[in-house]
Design a protein around this ligand. Structure first.
Ligand SMILES: [Zn+2]
Length: 347
Protein backbone atom coordinates (compact mmCIF):
# COMPACT_ATOMS: atom_id res chain seq x y z
CA UNK A 1 0.00 0.00 0.00
CA UNK A 2 3.04 2.28 0.10
CA UNK A 3 2.23 4.02 -3.16
CA UNK A 4 -1.07 5.23 -1.65
CA UNK A 5 0.65 7.26 1.08
CA UNK A 6 1.11 10.50 -0.91
CA UNK A 7 -2.56 10.40 -1.93
CA UNK A 8 -3.75 9.92 1.64
CA UNK A 9 -2.36 13.31 2.69
CA UNK A 10 -5.42 15.27 1.62
CA UNK A 11 -8.79 14.81 -0.04
CA UNK A 12 -7.83 16.67 -3.21
CA UNK A 13 -4.91 14.35 -3.92
CA UNK A 14 -7.07 11.31 -3.17
CA UNK A 15 -9.79 12.60 -5.50
CA UNK A 16 -7.16 13.19 -8.21
CA UNK A 17 -5.84 9.64 -7.83
CA UNK A 18 -9.29 8.10 -8.05
CA UNK A 19 -10.16 10.27 -11.07
CA UNK A 20 -7.02 9.07 -12.83
CA UNK A 21 -8.20 5.49 -12.36
CA UNK A 22 -11.75 6.21 -13.43
CA UNK A 23 -10.81 8.14 -16.57
CA UNK A 24 -7.24 7.15 -17.53
CA UNK A 25 -7.70 8.76 -20.97
CA UNK A 26 -9.17 12.03 -19.76
CA UNK A 27 -12.42 13.02 -18.07
CA UNK A 28 -15.63 12.15 -19.88
CA UNK A 29 -19.16 13.34 -19.18
CA UNK A 30 -20.97 10.40 -17.50
CA UNK A 31 -24.20 11.40 -19.25
CA UNK A 32 -23.16 11.84 -22.89
CA UNK A 33 -19.56 10.50 -22.86
CA UNK A 34 -18.31 13.74 -24.42
CA UNK A 35 -14.73 14.73 -23.63
CA UNK A 36 -15.52 18.45 -24.04
CA UNK A 37 -15.58 19.25 -20.34
CA UNK A 38 -14.41 22.27 -18.35
CA UNK A 39 -13.11 22.11 -14.78
CA UNK A 40 -14.99 24.17 -12.21
CA UNK A 41 -14.23 24.83 -8.55
CA UNK A 42 -13.90 21.87 -6.21
CA UNK A 43 -16.56 20.64 -3.78
CA UNK A 44 -15.92 21.01 -0.04
CA UNK A 45 -14.79 17.39 0.20
CA UNK A 46 -12.13 17.86 -2.48
CA UNK A 47 -13.98 16.37 -5.44
CA UNK A 48 -13.52 18.19 -8.72
CA UNK A 49 -16.60 19.69 -10.42
CA UNK A 50 -16.91 19.65 -14.19
CA UNK A 51 -19.16 21.27 -16.73
CA UNK A 52 -20.06 19.38 -19.90
CA UNK A 53 -20.20 21.80 -22.84
CA UNK A 54 -22.28 19.42 -24.92
CA UNK A 55 -24.92 18.77 -22.23
CA UNK A 56 -25.08 22.49 -21.35
CA UNK A 57 -25.94 23.37 -24.94
CA UNK A 58 -28.38 20.51 -25.39
CA UNK A 59 -30.16 20.17 -22.03
CA UNK A 60 -29.41 23.38 -20.14
CA UNK A 61 -26.90 24.34 -17.49
CA UNK A 62 -28.58 22.47 -14.61
CA UNK A 63 -27.91 19.12 -16.35
CA UNK A 64 -24.36 19.87 -17.35
CA UNK A 65 -22.56 19.76 -14.00
CA UNK A 66 -20.98 16.60 -12.68
CA UNK A 67 -18.24 15.61 -10.23
CA UNK A 68 -15.59 12.91 -10.01
CA UNK A 69 -18.14 10.55 -8.50
CA UNK A 70 -21.34 11.24 -10.44
CA UNK A 71 -22.90 7.98 -11.66
CA UNK A 72 -20.53 5.77 -9.68
CA UNK A 73 -21.14 3.67 -6.58
CA UNK A 74 -19.55 6.44 -4.51
CA UNK A 75 -22.04 9.08 -5.63
CA UNK A 76 -24.31 9.02 -2.59
CA UNK A 77 -21.64 8.31 0.01
CA UNK A 78 -20.76 10.90 2.63
CA UNK A 79 -17.29 9.46 3.14
CA UNK A 80 -14.46 11.70 1.98
CA UNK A 81 -12.21 10.69 -0.95
CA UNK A 82 -9.24 10.08 1.37
CA UNK A 83 -11.28 7.73 3.55
CA UNK A 84 -12.56 5.87 0.51
CA UNK A 85 -9.08 5.49 -0.90
CA UNK A 86 -7.94 3.95 2.36
CA UNK A 87 -10.90 1.55 2.54
CA UNK A 88 -10.35 0.47 -1.08
CA UNK A 89 -6.67 -0.05 -0.27
CA UNK A 90 -7.59 -2.29 2.66
CA UNK A 91 -10.28 -4.19 0.76
CA UNK A 92 -7.96 -6.68 -1.05
CA UNK A 93 -6.33 -7.67 2.24
CA UNK A 94 -9.29 -9.95 3.08
CA UNK A 95 -10.00 -8.25 6.40
CA UNK A 96 -13.36 -8.35 8.13
CA UNK A 97 -15.45 -5.27 8.87
CA UNK A 98 -14.17 -4.72 12.41
CA UNK A 99 -10.58 -4.79 11.22
CA UNK A 100 -11.25 -2.43 8.33
CA UNK A 101 -13.11 -0.02 10.62
CA UNK A 102 -10.18 -0.02 13.04
CA UNK A 103 -7.54 0.37 10.33
CA UNK A 104 -9.37 3.17 8.49
CA UNK A 105 -10.60 4.83 11.71
CA UNK A 106 -14.25 4.88 10.68
CA UNK A 107 -17.43 3.58 12.33
CA UNK A 108 -18.09 -0.12 12.00
CA UNK A 109 -21.49 0.48 10.39
CA UNK A 110 -19.85 2.76 7.86
CA UNK A 111 -17.19 0.16 7.12
CA UNK A 112 -19.95 -2.41 6.62
CA UNK A 113 -21.65 -0.15 4.04
CA UNK A 114 -18.38 0.52 2.23
CA UNK A 115 -17.54 -3.16 2.03
CA UNK A 116 -21.01 -4.03 0.75
CA UNK A 117 -20.67 -1.38 -1.93
CA UNK A 118 -17.26 -2.64 -3.01
CA UNK A 119 -18.21 -6.33 -2.89
CA UNK A 120 -21.49 -5.53 -4.66
CA UNK A 121 -19.67 -3.59 -7.37
CA UNK A 122 -17.34 -6.52 -7.95
CA UNK A 123 -20.27 -8.95 -7.94
CA UNK A 124 -22.07 -6.93 -10.58
CA UNK A 125 -19.17 -6.13 -12.87
CA UNK A 126 -16.91 -9.13 -12.44
CA UNK A 127 -18.90 -12.11 -11.18
CA UNK A 128 -21.87 -11.46 -13.49
CA UNK A 129 -19.65 -10.67 -16.48
CA UNK A 130 -21.03 -12.97 -19.21
CA UNK A 131 -17.83 -12.89 -21.27
CA UNK A 132 -15.78 -14.71 -18.63
CA UNK A 133 -15.57 -18.41 -19.53
CA UNK A 134 -13.44 -21.33 -18.41
CA UNK A 135 -11.83 -23.74 -20.87
CA UNK A 136 -9.26 -26.55 -21.40
CA UNK A 137 -9.26 -28.44 -18.08
CA UNK A 138 -12.08 -27.56 -15.69
CA UNK A 139 -12.85 -29.12 -12.31
CA UNK A 140 -16.24 -28.84 -10.63
CA UNK A 141 -17.22 -29.51 -7.04
CA UNK A 142 -19.66 -28.20 -4.46
CA UNK A 143 -19.33 -27.27 -0.81
CA UNK A 144 -21.77 -26.17 1.85
CA UNK A 145 -21.42 -23.00 3.87
CA UNK A 146 -23.36 -22.34 7.06
CA UNK A 147 -25.10 -19.00 6.70
CA UNK A 148 -28.17 -17.70 8.50
CA UNK A 149 -29.64 -14.33 9.31
CA UNK A 150 -26.74 -12.85 11.23
CA UNK A 151 -27.46 -9.34 12.45
CA UNK A 152 -31.03 -9.48 11.10
CA UNK A 153 -33.29 -10.37 14.06
CA UNK A 154 -36.47 -9.31 12.26
CA UNK A 155 -35.58 -11.64 9.42
CA UNK A 156 -35.51 -14.57 11.85
CA UNK A 157 -38.88 -13.49 13.25
CA UNK A 158 -40.39 -13.17 9.81
CA UNK A 159 -39.36 -16.66 8.85
CA UNK A 160 -41.00 -17.87 12.05
CA UNK A 161 -38.61 -20.66 12.75
CA UNK A 162 -36.24 -21.86 15.40
CA UNK A 163 -32.64 -20.66 15.28
CA UNK A 164 -30.56 -22.71 12.90
CA UNK A 165 -29.29 -25.99 14.25
CA UNK A 166 -25.54 -26.03 14.47
CA UNK A 167 -23.21 -28.98 14.43
CA UNK A 168 -25.95 -31.46 13.65
CA UNK A 169 -25.82 -33.31 10.36
CA UNK A 170 -29.21 -33.25 8.70
CA UNK A 171 -30.11 -36.08 6.38
CA UNK A 172 -29.70 -35.44 2.67
CA UNK A 173 -27.97 -32.64 0.83
CA UNK A 174 -28.08 -29.26 2.54
CA UNK A 175 -29.89 -26.34 0.91
CA UNK A 176 -30.21 -22.60 1.51
CA UNK A 177 -33.51 -23.30 3.28
CA UNK A 178 -31.82 -25.54 5.88
CA UNK A 179 -29.23 -22.86 6.58
CA UNK A 180 -26.35 -24.35 4.61
CA UNK A 181 -26.44 -22.94 1.08
CA UNK A 182 -24.36 -24.94 -1.38
CA UNK A 183 -21.64 -23.22 -3.39
CA UNK A 184 -20.78 -24.51 -6.84
CA UNK A 185 -17.11 -24.15 -7.73
CA UNK A 186 -15.72 -24.29 -11.26
CA UNK A 187 -11.99 -23.94 -11.73
CA UNK A 188 -9.81 -23.88 -14.79
CA UNK A 189 -6.49 -25.53 -13.95
CA UNK A 190 -3.42 -23.40 -14.36
CA UNK A 191 -1.47 -24.15 -17.53
CA UNK A 192 1.73 -25.54 -16.02
CA UNK A 193 3.58 -25.54 -19.35
CA UNK A 194 3.31 -21.75 -19.53
CA UNK A 195 5.45 -19.89 -16.98
CA UNK A 196 3.46 -16.68 -17.34
CA UNK A 197 0.02 -18.26 -17.09
CA UNK A 198 -2.23 -16.62 -14.49
CA UNK A 199 -3.41 -18.41 -11.33
CA UNK A 200 -6.07 -21.10 -11.74
CA UNK A 201 -9.20 -19.18 -12.69
CA UNK A 202 -12.22 -19.85 -10.53
CA UNK A 203 -15.95 -19.20 -10.73
CA UNK A 204 -18.02 -19.56 -7.55
CA UNK A 205 -21.80 -19.45 -7.43
CA UNK A 206 -23.96 -19.57 -4.30
CA UNK A 207 -26.97 -21.82 -4.94
CA UNK A 208 -30.37 -22.56 -3.42
CA UNK A 209 -29.81 -26.30 -3.85
CA UNK A 210 -27.69 -28.74 -5.82
CA UNK A 211 -29.95 -30.22 -8.44
CA UNK A 212 -29.08 -30.74 -12.07
CA UNK A 213 -31.73 -28.17 -13.03
CA UNK A 214 -29.96 -25.56 -10.88
CA UNK A 215 -26.39 -26.15 -12.01
CA UNK A 216 -26.94 -27.02 -15.69
CA UNK A 217 -27.47 -23.45 -16.96
CA UNK A 218 -24.52 -22.20 -14.90
CA UNK A 219 -22.13 -24.79 -16.29
CA UNK A 220 -23.42 -24.21 -19.84
CA UNK A 221 -22.79 -20.47 -19.50
CA UNK A 222 -19.41 -20.65 -17.81
CA UNK A 223 -17.57 -23.62 -19.32
CA UNK A 224 -16.67 -23.67 -23.01
CA UNK A 225 -18.05 -26.64 -24.95
CA UNK A 226 -15.38 -29.28 -25.58
CA UNK A 227 -13.41 -28.69 -22.36
CA UNK A 228 -12.23 -31.59 -20.22
CA UNK A 229 -14.53 -31.66 -17.21
CA UNK A 230 -13.53 -33.35 -13.95
CA UNK A 231 -15.92 -34.14 -11.11
CA UNK A 232 -16.57 -36.77 -8.49
CA UNK A 233 -19.17 -39.46 -9.11
CA UNK A 234 -22.09 -37.37 -7.86
CA UNK A 235 -24.92 -37.93 -10.36
CA UNK A 236 -25.92 -34.27 -10.78
CA UNK A 237 -22.95 -33.91 -13.16
CA UNK A 238 -23.91 -36.81 -15.47
CA UNK A 239 -25.49 -34.48 -18.04
CA UNK A 240 -22.07 -32.93 -18.84
CA UNK A 241 -21.13 -36.03 -20.90
CA UNK A 242 -22.93 -34.50 -23.88
CA UNK A 243 -20.95 -31.27 -24.26
CA UNK A 244 -17.70 -32.04 -22.44
CA UNK A 245 -15.02 -34.69 -22.11
CA UNK A 246 -16.37 -35.66 -18.68
CA UNK A 247 -14.17 -37.78 -16.38
CA UNK A 248 -14.90 -38.73 -12.80
CA UNK A 249 -12.97 -39.90 -9.78
CA UNK A 250 -14.71 -42.27 -7.41
CA UNK A 251 -14.25 -40.81 -3.94
CA UNK A 252 -16.53 -43.51 -2.52
CA UNK A 253 -14.08 -46.19 -3.61
CA UNK A 254 -11.15 -44.28 -2.17
CA UNK A 255 -9.92 -43.02 -5.52
CA UNK A 256 -8.79 -39.38 -5.41
CA UNK A 257 -6.53 -39.02 -8.44
CA UNK A 258 -5.52 -41.18 -11.35
CA UNK A 259 -3.72 -40.87 -14.67
CA UNK A 260 -5.77 -41.98 -17.65
CA UNK A 261 -4.09 -43.86 -20.56
CA UNK A 262 -4.02 -40.62 -22.59
CA UNK A 263 -1.95 -38.93 -19.87
CA UNK A 264 -4.74 -36.81 -18.39
CA UNK A 265 -4.68 -36.42 -14.60
CA UNK A 266 -8.19 -36.99 -13.32
CA UNK A 267 -8.82 -35.34 -9.94
CA UNK A 268 -10.61 -32.41 -8.27
CA UNK A 269 -7.72 -31.41 -6.05
CA UNK A 270 -7.44 -27.87 -7.39
CA UNK A 271 -11.03 -27.22 -6.37
CA UNK A 272 -10.57 -28.97 -3.00
CA UNK A 273 -7.67 -26.63 -2.27
CA UNK A 274 -9.83 -23.67 -3.24
CA UNK A 275 -12.46 -24.68 -0.70
CA UNK A 276 -10.01 -24.55 2.16
CA UNK A 277 -8.94 -21.08 1.02
CA UNK A 278 -12.57 -19.94 0.82
CA UNK A 279 -13.38 -21.40 4.25
CA UNK A 280 -10.43 -19.61 5.81
CA UNK A 281 -11.62 -16.38 4.25
CA UNK A 282 -15.27 -16.77 5.31
CA UNK A 283 -14.27 -17.82 8.85
CA UNK A 284 -12.86 -14.34 9.35
CA UNK A 285 -16.40 -12.93 9.36
CA UNK A 286 -17.36 -15.09 12.36
CA UNK A 287 -20.78 -15.98 11.00
CA UNK A 288 -22.23 -14.66 7.81
CA UNK A 289 -25.70 -13.68 6.65
CA UNK A 290 -27.20 -15.49 3.65
CA UNK A 291 -28.04 -12.14 2.15
CA UNK A 292 -24.39 -11.14 1.90
CA UNK A 293 -22.80 -14.54 1.35
CA UNK A 294 -22.71 -14.19 -2.46
CA UNK A 295 -21.04 -10.78 -2.14
CA UNK A 296 -18.24 -12.13 0.07
CA UNK A 297 -17.82 -15.15 -2.19
CA UNK A 298 -17.52 -12.81 -5.19
CA UNK A 299 -14.75 -10.91 -3.40
CA UNK A 300 -12.85 -14.15 -2.81
CA UNK A 301 -13.34 -15.16 -6.45
CA UNK A 302 -12.05 -11.82 -7.73
CA UNK A 303 -9.04 -11.72 -5.41
CA UNK A 304 -8.15 -15.31 -6.18
CA UNK A 305 -8.24 -14.75 -9.92
CA UNK A 306 -6.01 -11.68 -9.59
CA UNK A 307 -3.62 -13.07 -7.02
CA UNK A 308 -0.77 -13.57 -9.50
CA UNK A 309 -0.62 -9.78 -9.90
CA UNK A 310 1.13 -7.23 -7.72
CA UNK A 311 -1.00 -5.47 -5.08
CA UNK A 312 -0.99 -2.22 -7.14
CA UNK A 313 -2.31 -3.99 -10.22
CA UNK A 314 -5.04 -5.72 -8.22
CA UNK A 315 -5.95 -2.37 -6.66
CA UNK A 316 -6.25 -0.75 -10.07
CA UNK A 317 -8.18 -3.70 -11.54
CA UNK A 318 -10.61 -3.44 -8.62
CA UNK A 319 -11.23 0.24 -9.25
CA UNK A 320 -11.58 -0.16 -13.00
CA UNK A 321 -14.18 -2.83 -12.33
CA UNK A 322 -15.98 -0.76 -9.67
CA UNK A 323 -16.08 2.39 -11.79
CA UNK A 324 -17.71 0.49 -14.64
CA UNK A 325 -20.94 0.24 -12.62
CA UNK A 326 -23.28 2.81 -11.16
CA UNK A 327 -24.38 0.44 -8.38
CA UNK A 328 -27.74 -0.51 -9.89
CA UNK A 329 -27.47 -4.05 -8.62
CA UNK A 330 -27.07 -2.86 -5.03
CA UNK A 331 -29.90 -0.37 -5.36
CA UNK A 332 -32.20 -3.12 -6.58
CA UNK A 333 -31.06 -5.38 -3.76
CA UNK A 334 -31.59 -2.64 -1.16
CA UNK A 335 -35.02 -1.93 -2.61
CA UNK A 336 -36.10 -5.58 -2.33
CA UNK A 337 -35.24 -5.60 1.34
CA UNK A 338 -36.35 -2.08 2.19
CA UNK A 339 -38.45 -3.12 5.15
CA UNK A 340 -35.57 -4.78 6.93
CA UNK A 341 -32.78 -3.24 8.92
CA UNK A 342 -30.32 -3.03 6.13
CA UNK A 343 -26.75 -1.98 6.48
CA UNK A 344 -26.55 -1.94 2.71
CA UNK A 345 -28.59 1.21 2.22
CA UNK A 346 -26.89 4.40 1.25
CA UNK A 347 -26.51 7.03 3.89
ZN1 LIG B 1 -22.47 15.59 -21.31
Amino acid sequence: MKHLIPYLIDDQKAADDLRQLRWPNGVQCPRCRSAAVESRERCDNGLQRFNCVHCAARLGQQFAMFTDWTSSIFEESKLRPREWLLVIGLWPLKLNTTEIAAAADIQERTAQRCINLLDGGIYETYHLDPTRQLEHQVEADECYQSAGSKGLPREVERRDREPRQRGIQLRGRATAETGRPPILGLVQRRDKTNQDAPAAQVYLEVLENVRTATIKPIIAAKVKVGAQFFTDEYNIYHFTKVDYDHRTVNHGAGEYARRDPDGTCVHCNTMEGMWSGLRNFLDRFKGISQRFLHLRVARYEFLHNYKHLHWCQTFEATLRSIFSTTGDYLRRMAHQHRRMPLTLCYR
